[in-house]
Design a binder for this molecule. Structure first.
Ligand code: UDP
Length: 472
């Protein structure tokens, strides 16, 4: 039973095994640890090794300065599973963790009788972990990394299925739109947080995974990586959830010292781009990055390269090693030579620092929620290029609700052409209203994290509660 005693609180944190989920949960854990509460952060083995190999950390797992211990559970992969796909882990971990996680908790509790796991914070996509927490006498806290609007529609899944509007694959039937409020952009067919129309097998895996959001009703505390100021209409739909973000901004405001696992990157950051940005005039560079899970055809990447070249503006482009549908992108013949002087390509950037750099003019983005929060909090206007899942709705926020960006439209062959890319870069940078709106939104967002502000108060209320939550 959770009681106030000499025992110390100990949080076990379990993310969904994907870059955009590990990073914000780790940010939250660093805040918790900073207030003296011990945290054990559990990754699947392969994710843990990615983070270790891409950070300066050595092969050990105790970051004691920061009160955070990193540990692992087995991936549960069979010899035929694809070890590089996070979607494989979405399927294997729910099968293996019901056994491996209780074993881990028992081991930790046995080793630290005064610091038993008192609270389990899990990504709500793994909401079934609530049952494990309950059996082990720990409080369950649900963490939701996407926007509050996405969270709200995820919580509506059981209703939508019951009313016959969603089939078992998560495809919309009978109606064309789902709307939760006049003040929140609606969701169109194929634009839900689980949608990926180009791969219905993956869509089904994501749809099955996110149905775990229904475990929210088992949680005493529910946390969302957003702020009220950014999404008031969505936040008002579920007042039981506490907006505590943007978490990256909370961390910046606290000027925390870097720990070895600081950003939980799956790729190593190439900081040479910051030196390159220093050589560029203010507001001159187009930053292009599509997060960790978006893939494009070789033809599409050629069009993008040629669009950037045609625009004749300075650009910084993150070309992940697997960006071309899982393979290294092959850039157009002579491209690198022709763009010397105005183009810089890296495999992975220190994105938050890049977006803070005065040289950045705009962000060509896949609109992942972390990338959205990061650009919004820096006052950067967007060109939107969503790939899947909640990215479509984030695009609607950016273009229709906040009016800080433009869509890059596809042609009849579903390709974003070099001419469309060049045109939209010009439109975005020539019309001052996008930058003006972005700067206003930056101020709005900043209001949430100062002391006595909404997200700050919510976070501190939660941390104060954690301090009192121990197991005897
Ligand atoms: N990111 C980064 N460097 C890059 C590209 C992305 O550090 O070159 C980070 C980015 O700052 C964000 C995360 O990776 O925090 C990606 O999360 P997001 O939700 O934007 O997209 P996802 O990868 O989940 O599709």
């Amino acid at each position: 039973m959770a009681t106030v005693s000499d025992n110390k609180p100990h949080v076990l944190a379990v993310p969904l095994p994907a870059q955009g989920h590990v990073k914000p949960l780790m940010s939250l854990c660093r805040q918790i640890a900073k207030h003296g509460i011990k945290v054990t952060f559990v990754n699947a083995q392969s994710i843990h090794h990615k983070i270790l190999s891409e950070s300066a950390a050595e092969e050990e797992d105790d970051d004691s300065d920061a009160n955070i211990v990193m540990t692992t559970v087995p991936d549960g992969l069979t010899p035929t599973d694809d070890p590089n796909s996070p979607f494989t882990l979405f399927q294997t971990l729910p099968k293996t963790m019901p056994q491996t996680l209780p074993e881990l908790i028992e081991r930790i509790n046995g080793e630290n009788p005064n610091q038993k796991i008192s609270c389990v914070i899990a990504d709500l996509s793994f909401g079934w972990i609530s049952e494990i927490a309950e059996k082990k006498g720990a409080e369950f806290v649900g963490f939701s990394p996407p926007s509050f609007a996405s969270l709200a529609v995820l919580l509506q899944i059981p209703n939508l299925i019951q009313q016959g509007y969603l089939d078992t694959n998560g495809s919309l039937e009978k109606i064309d739109l789902v709307s939760l409020s006049d003040d929140i952009p609606s969701w169109r067919k194929d634009e839900f947080p689980w949608s990926i129309s180009s791969d219905l097998k993956i869509q089904k895996i994501i749809f099955d995974t996110v149905q775990s959001y229904k475990a929210a009703d088992k949680a005493k505390w529910l946390l969302s990586n957003t702020c009220y100021e950014l999404e008031p209409a969505a936040c008002d739909l579920y007042p039981g959830f506490l907006p505590i973000g943007p978490l990256h901004l909370v961390e910046e405001a606290k000027t925390m010292e870097k720990s070895r696992y600081d950003f939980g990157n799956f790729y190593s950051e190439d900081a040479t781009c910051l030196i390159w940005l220093d050589t560029k005039p203010p507001g001159s560079v187009v930053y292009v990055s599509f997060g960790s899970l978006s893939f494009y055809s070789q033809q599409q990447l050629h069009e993008l390269a040629l669009g950037l070249e045609l625009s004749r503006r300075d650009f910084l482009w993150v070309v992940r090693r697997d960006l071309a549908n899982g393979l290294q992108a092959i850039l157009p013949d002579g491209f690198l030579e022709r763009v010397v002087g105005f183009g810089k390509i890296v495999e992975w950037a220190p994105q938050d620092e890049v977006l803070s750099h005065p040289a950045i003019a705009c962000f060509v983005s896949h609109c992942g929620w972390n990338s959205t929060l990061e650009g919004v909090s820096k006052g950067v206007p967007y060109l939107c290029w969503p790939y899947f899942a909640d990215q479509f709705h984030n695009e609607s926020y950016i273009c229709d609700k906040w009016e800080i960006g433009l869509r890059i439209d596809c042609d009849e062959n579903r390709i974003r052409s070099r001419y469309e890319i060049m045109k939209k870069i010009d439109m975005l940078l020539c019309e001052s209203r996008f930058k003006e709106n972005a700067l206003k939104l930056k101020e709005t967002c900043a209001k949430s994290i100062g002391e006595r502000r909404s997200s700050y108060i919510n976070l501190m209320t939660f941390i104060d509660h954690l301090r009192k939550c121990t197991i005897s």
